[in-house]
Each structure stands twice: as C-alpha cells, then as structure tokens.
Design a protein around this ligand. Structure first.
Ligand SMILES: NC(=O)C1=CN([C@@H]2O[C@H](COP(=O)(O)OP(=O)(O)OC[C@H]3O[C@@H](n4cnc5c(N)ncnc54)[C@H](O)[C@@H]3O)[C@@H](O)[C@H]2O)C=CC1
Ligand SMILES: O=C(O)[C@@H]1CCC=N1
Length: 260
C-alpha cells in the first residue's frame, strides 16, 4: 500500500510520519523539500513532484491549505482518477472536491495529536465500498481514534476537535501561568497542568461520568475548588469556549466561498 501525502506541512508531515511508522510506503511532497528531509529518517520518501507522487500511489492524502487545493488537484487530476483521495482541507465539501476530480473522495478532519497517535479524526464519504471504508479506517487508526459522520457535522468537528488542541493549549498555558503566579516552579506547573488535563479526559473516555459529575466530585463544600469555580463563572469561561467553537465552525462554513 503506497500513500502519497501532498503538502508536508504541519499536519501533512505528522500524517506521513505516523503512516510510515505503521509500515505504509509513504511519499510526502512539498514545494521546498529541505524543511522536511527529517521525514526520511522515518522511511518517508520526500519529493516536490505532486504528479509523480500521485501517479505511483494507491491512495492520495491532501494536506495543503484550502486555497491551494484547486491548483494541486488540477495538477494531479489524471493521476488520482478512480483512486481514494482523502482531503484534510478545512471547509471543503465533498461536492466542491468532486467537481475538481474523478477520485473517490473522503473528506476528513484530524488534529495535531496525530503526532502522538491520539488524534480524533472524523470523516465523511459517499463513494467508498465496505472494503475501502475498512482501508481508510486502518489509515486513520494510525493517527488515533476515528469515526464516520454525516457531512453536515464536518464544519462543527473542524471548529471543535480540529482546532481543539489550540484551545486546550491556551487553557494549558493559562494553567501553567497560574502555577507560576501561585509559586510553582515551571517544570512542576507544566507537568501538573498537562497530567491534570490528560487525567480528566481519560475519566470521561473510560467511565460514564458527565463532566458535571466530575466537577461535583472535585468540589468539596466549603473547600478550595468552589472558590476557583466562582471565578471561572464570573469570567464567563464556558461562554468564551462556546463562542470560540462557534466562530471556528462559522469560518469553516465560509472558507470555500473565499476560494476563487
Ligand atoms: N494544522 C492542523 O492542526 C490541521 C490542519 N488541517 C488542514 O490541513 C491543511 C494544511 O494545514 P497546515 O498543515 O496547518 O498548513 P501548513 O501551511 O503547515 O502546510 C501546508 C503545506 O503545503 C505545502 N504546499 C503548498 N502548496 C503546495 C503544492 N502546490 N504542492 C505541495 N505542497 C504544497 C506548503 O509548503 C506547506 O508545507 C489545511 O487544509 C488545514 O485545514 C486539518 C486538521 C488539523
Ligand atoms: O486552523 C485551521 O484552519 C486548521 C483546520 C483545523 C485546525 N487547523
């Protein structure tokens, strides 16, 4: 199974590395290859020839920015005809992609946790048979967890879990900063913040607890947590998160309109 990853930038190089580590034969392309030669250490072939990479591949993954997709697809159109083409481009619909190519299209949204195989990938397609779905899910399995969804959810997924590591990082940065404010050394603040977020996420994934139940378990009456929760509520923390996800979802919905 040979996979071409077109656009070895932030997400493309993470994807190429994860697939090579899983034993796939991978070629990754980028206009300026010097920045990603490190991928060769993981067995990834690095190239600047999209057409040749797509021709030799069984499956093509598109990881260029949405405004570059049209140009790249014009270049590789004959090479991807009838093949599975997985697009990670935010905001570009199955129909938008189908108008540009005769490939079997999978619209997917992963996130940067591909780097540690803990990504959440949601995908949608109406072109693939059962075996092809299994194949695509094995590929996404190399990145972390995956689910198939109706296309109507893809913009919301983009706003929530595609961008999510950025929101979580803002929260983590704030926690680490708070640690410094209350007198913790940097390394202890960093570990305390990251492990606390990881542990809470695991509690949700491995039990049936609702986040509100976890919050209640932690909040001892008259104790310390309630004073912290009071400040979060006063700062409209939850509203800020909801507004962030809503704004990113809206942007995903209009991204394709911005492409000429
Ligand atoms: N960064 C992230 O966490 C995620 C990004 N995405 C999607 O992945 C895509 C890429 O995003 P990033 O990796 O953040 O951007 P990026 O800018 O880091 O990567 C894009 C890469 O494509 C390369 N490129 C541009 N034109 C090219 C061409 N004609 N041929 C070959 N390579 C070309 C660029 O040099 C760059 O390295 C976007 O469509 C984005 O919506 C999806 C999920 C998460
Ligand atoms: O910011 C972006 O457009 C991409 C899509 C999801 C995460 N990063």
């Amino acid at each position: 199974m040979r996979i071409a990853v077109i656009g070895a930038g932030t997400i493309g190089s993470a994807v190429a590395k994860a697939l090579a580590e899983e034993g796939y034969e991978v070629v990754a392309t980028r206009r300026k290859t010097s920045k990603v030669m490190w991928l060769e250490d993981y067995g990834v072939e690095v190239s600047n020839d999209n057409k040749a990479a797509a021709e030799k591949a069984d499956i093509v993954i598109l990881a260029v920015k949405p405004n570059k997709v049209k140009k790249v697809l014009e270049e590789v159109k004959p090479a991807v005809e009838g093949k599975i083409l997985i697009s990670f481009a935010a905001g570009l619909s199955l129909n938008f992609l189908k108008r540009l190519t005769g490939a079997k299209i999978v619209r997917a949204m992963s996130n940067i946790a591909v780097l540690v195989k803990e990504s959440f990938t949601a995908y949608t397609t109406d072109d693939l048979d059962k075996e092809e779905i299994e194949l695509v899910e094995r590929i996404f399995g190399a990145f972390g967890k995956c689910i198939r969804v109706e296309e109507e959810y893809m913009d919301a997924i983009t706003g929530l879990s595609g961008s999510g590591p950025a929101y979580a990082s803002v929260f983590l940065e704030a926690l680490i900063y708070s640690g410094l404010k209350v007198g913790l050394p940097r390394d202890i603040a960093r570990l305390a913040a990251a492990q606390t977020l990881l542990g809470t996420a695991k509690l949700l994934l491995e039990t049936d607890f609702h986040p509100a139940q976890v919050r209640e378990m932690v909040t001892t009456p008259g104790g310390t947590t309630i004073d912290g929760i009071f400040e979060l509520e006063d700062s409209r923390f939850r509203t800020a998160i909801m507004k962030a996800v809503e704004a990113a979802t809206k942007k995903s919905k209009i991204l394709s309109l911005e492409i000429k």
